[in-house]
Design a protein around this ligand. Structure first.
Ligand SMILES: [Zn+2]
Length: 237
């Protein structure tokens, strides 16, 4: 950093400190220069700008992005192996039974394109129903939860808030549940077959992820990454 840039930054900092209303005007995420939505007259959020509010809705954190699927995959494998080796432990049994219960009470699967505008609770139920319809083994669902906990243990810059952990696990379930895929065929006048495909993936953000994450956390209550930490350590070594 050159001397003049440092001076400019110091001056800007002094200005922010000197202004008593500043906390309500600028986004709380450092060093985001945006104004809060309340200050812009666009919303009631006095702490964050629109961009960071959207980030939070999508990722469960104002600053940290989501884990990518390939980043979680090795942890899912370690978690699954551990669960398979310990399926008689009461905590593991309980979690698997809880997921089976969620499957059973999720109702009929609802197609993704019929879910727009439905309450988060309904949309979360639809994800359980899709997991059941796809015959995703309940142990894979429990492994998804543990995979996120294990990934966080290994992360040099983790977000340790409950919100992040639950949203990340919910996003993984969301992906595992997949979208709705439809294919129609019709015969045209010249005898050729025309096929139309529709792929719809529900958007992975907002309240539905919180509802789903809370439910999963309850189902897996008591299971902790520390159980598997020794085995997980092999991933990065
Ligand atoms: Zn911001």
């Amino acid at each position: 950093m050159t001397a003049s840039i440092r001076q400019q930054k110091l001056a800007a900092l002094r200005d922010r400190i000197a202004s008593p209303q500043d906390a309500y005007e600028r986004c709380r995420v450092y060093p985001c220069p945006n104004r809060t939505t309340a200050d812009q007259g666009e919303g009631l959020n006095r702490l964050y700008c629109r961009q960071h509010i959207e980030h939070y809705r999508r990722h469960g954190s104002y600053v940290k992005s989501s884990y990518r699927s390939q980043e979680l995959r090795p942890y899912r494998q370690v978690a699954l192996r551990w669960l398979q080796g310990h399926e008689d432990l009461p905590l593991v049994r309980r979690a698997v039974v809880s997921v089976r219960g969620l499957y059973a009470s999720a109702g009929a699967p609802v197609e993704a394109f019929r879910l727009a505008g439905r309450p988060p609770r309904d949309r979360a139920r639809a994800i359980w129903a899709r997991l059941r319809a796809k015959e995703v083994h309940p142990m894979l669902v429990v492994a998804a939860w543990l995979a996120v906990l294990l990934r966080l243990e290994d992360d040099p810059q983790p977000d340790r808030h409950q919100e992040y952990r639950r949203v990340q696990a919910a996003k993984l379930l969301h992906r595992m549940a997949g979208g709705t895929h439809k294919r129609w065929e019709r015969v045209l006048a010249d005898g050729t077959i025309e096929s139309t495909e529709l792929h719809k993936h529900p958007v992975s953000r907002g309240r539905v992820l919180r509802v789903l994450g809370d439910t999963l956390a309850d189902a897996c209550d008591g299971l902790d990454a520390s159980f598997i930490a020794a085995e997980a350590r092999h991933i990065n070594s």
